[in-house]
Design a binder for this molecule. Structure first.
Ligand code: DHE
Length: 515
């Protein structure tokens, strides 16, 4: 409630420095996605602090034409040039006050609904707990727990508004954590079908990760420029790390992932050409290039410098917005969203070892790997071009570029399946999904499960026998396919289902799924 009052206060009046027109235009055309206070909602915050890498000229183009691979539609047909210019000036003007969101605010937002340890340790239902799926239903902000053998819903939980990124499980699969774009991290007990704790880790959040030992949750924030580490037991904040480079410039965090064999989290930064590695080991391993830095500005809540969770800063040649790990978590394969080339960075030596020829806007976060002719192949969709790039992970050469019916968001497979599935998220063929032979690298079938409706995001059952696909529509469904015959087996109605996450595949970090 305190947060609503704070944000509501910022929303109430047009700031004195703005032209009334720009403020009214913003409320009419932008506020629904970016928040009336410009702090972000489904869309990112629109503040000078967050627009560092975007020139005003480019911002005007985005307002007029929209932004590929996002929900941002162009307003060029409804706004004239002067109105667009007024909006650009408005979003580059500082807010009278950006709400502070440090340790005190995070801590004050924590809600423990159920005391840890007070619920039974056995599932309330009869289904394989390691073959469950969580399906996020974006349409009405819910999450369905699905039995992965019978394909029957077990329970439907309300979630926070606009979840983004994959929900993350504890290693035993009992608990799942979600992150919402407006900063809320929630913990659900799947055995007892209950929301157990919540905390607002940031004001504008990208995604969350859970440590491989299940002890910590980390949140990557666009606003403020921080990484927030939480105790996975009850989501109590343990440390808020300011994301600031050597020159004092701060940065949004594009995304954070866990690297299990390293006992660390790895984060991509939007406004600094650096990767950060954050150790969650009790005794961080020594001997890495650069070494661990104990950041004495980080807030551990009691006023004392926090010695836990030291950071390694790995400098890069270029920004890295989106990345992928090799299966050993030694290499980071990343690219900047502004196009250009990809880079492969050895995390131990902190050195770039290869440059990748992947133009457009590769969505490396959706990359997957498999074995082909004794080589490991990785593949990534492209958010701007109708193509998939296949890369040999030994030579780091692109071995093939496969044309698809349009740009895609997600790519999935399973080690027991000969096929990889990719969607065509954008354009006239957004109802199509390609099934690709992992050895010939050719499309073997194009499915159109609901003509005219977006079909996207596949996840396999634990054994790889079935592939589940979303019909991304208010009147949508999850469609279950036999992953060998590619025949439809079942259709489960859902409200704009987006991602779905299989407990086994996620907790085992299998090669065909996202990390
Ligand atoms: Fe996502 C994951 C970034 C827009 C749905 N998206 C991710 C991840 C990143 C990312 C870094 C990996 C985090 C994780 O899983 O923990 N997404 C971005 C963007 O930069 C982009 C292009 C612009 C933005 O608005 O932030 C973007 N994403 C979208 C959408 O518009 C989608 C389709 C709808 C939505 O929810 O907003 C969308 N993103 C998803 C989903 C995942 C995801 C469903 C998890 C995929 C998975 O299988 O793990």
């Amino acid at each position: 409630m305190r947060i609503l009052i704070l944000l509501g206060g910022l929303l109430a009046a047009a700031p004195a420095w703005s032209t009334p027109d720009a403020h009214t235009l913003f409320l009419q055309h932008c506020a629904a996605c970016h928040g009336g206070d410009r702090l972000g909602a489904i869309g990112p915050a629109l503040l000078p602090e967050n627009l560092g890498r975007l020139r005003p000229q480019e911002a005007a183009r985005v307002i007029a034409e929209g932004r590929p691979a996002t929900q941002m539609q162009g307003l060029g047909k409804v706004l004239d040039a002067a109105e667009i210019e007024a909006l650009v000036a408005y979003i580059y003007s500082p807010l009278p006050a950006v709400p502070e969101w440090g340790m005190d605010q995070v801590r004050a937002s924590q809600v423990v609904h159920v005391p840890p340890g007070s619920l039974p340790d056995r599932p309330l239902f009869d289904a394989d707990p390691l073959n469950l799926f969580v399906v996020v239903e974006l349409g009405d902000h819910h999450m369905t727990l699905l039995d992965g053998d019978r394909f029957e819903p077990i329970h439907r939980f309300p979630t926070r508004f606009a979840l983004h990124g994959g929900p993350k499980y504890t290693p035993d699969g009992r608990y799942v954590f979600t992150g919402s774009r407006d900063g809320w991290v929630s913990k659900f007990d799947l055995y007892n079908l209950q929301l157990v704790a919540e905390v607002r880790a940031g004001v504008n959040l990208r995604n969350i990760a859970v440590s491989a030992d299940g002890r910590y949750v980390i949140a990557a924030n666009y606003l403020p420029h921080t990484l927030t580490i939480l105790d996975a037991t009850d989501l109590a904040p343990l440390k808020v790390i300011p994301v600031t480079g050597a020159d004092g410039k701060s940065s949004r965090v594009s995304g954070v992932y866990t690297a299990p064999p390293r006992n660390s989290f790895v984060a991509a930064l939007k406004d600094l050409p650096e990767i950060w590695e954050i150790s969650y080991a009790d005794e961080p391993r020594a001997g890495f290039a650069g070494g661990w830095i104990h950041d004495h500005r980080a807030d551990s809540g009691d006023g004392a410098p926090a010695e836990r969770f030291p950071v390694r800063r790995i400098p890069l040649d270029d920004y890295l917005d989106d990345f992928f790990f090799d299966q050993d978590y030694l290499m980071v394969i990343g690219a900047s969203r502004d196009g250009g080339r990809g880079q492969v960075v050895d995390l131990d030596t902190a050195r770039k070892i290869a440059t990748l020829d992947i133009p457009g806007m590769p969505h490396l976060g959706s990359g997957i790997t498999w074995e082909r002719d004794g080589h490991t192949v990785m593949a990534t969709p492209n958010l701007k071009e109708g193509s998939l790039s296949f890369i040999d992970m030994g030579s780091w050469k692109v071995i093939k570029r496969l044309e698809t019916l349009g740009p895609g968001f997600f790519l999935r497979s399973h080690e027991n399946s000969p096929y990889a599935w990719t969607d065509v998220f954008f354009g006239p063929n957004r109802d199509a999904v390609h099934v690709i032979d992992k050895q010939t690298l050719e499309i073997v079938k194009t499915l159109r499960p609901a003509p005219g409706k977006t079909a996207a995001h596949v996840e396999f059952t634990r054994d790889g026998r079935y592939a589940l696909l979303s019909i991304w529509d208010m009147d949508g469904a999850v469609v279950v396919y036999d992953a060998r015959t590619l025949e439809e087996v079942k259709r489960i109605p859902m409200v704009k289902p987006s991602g779905k996450y299989n407990v086994w595949n996620k907790t085992r970090y299998t090669e065909g799924t996202s990390h």
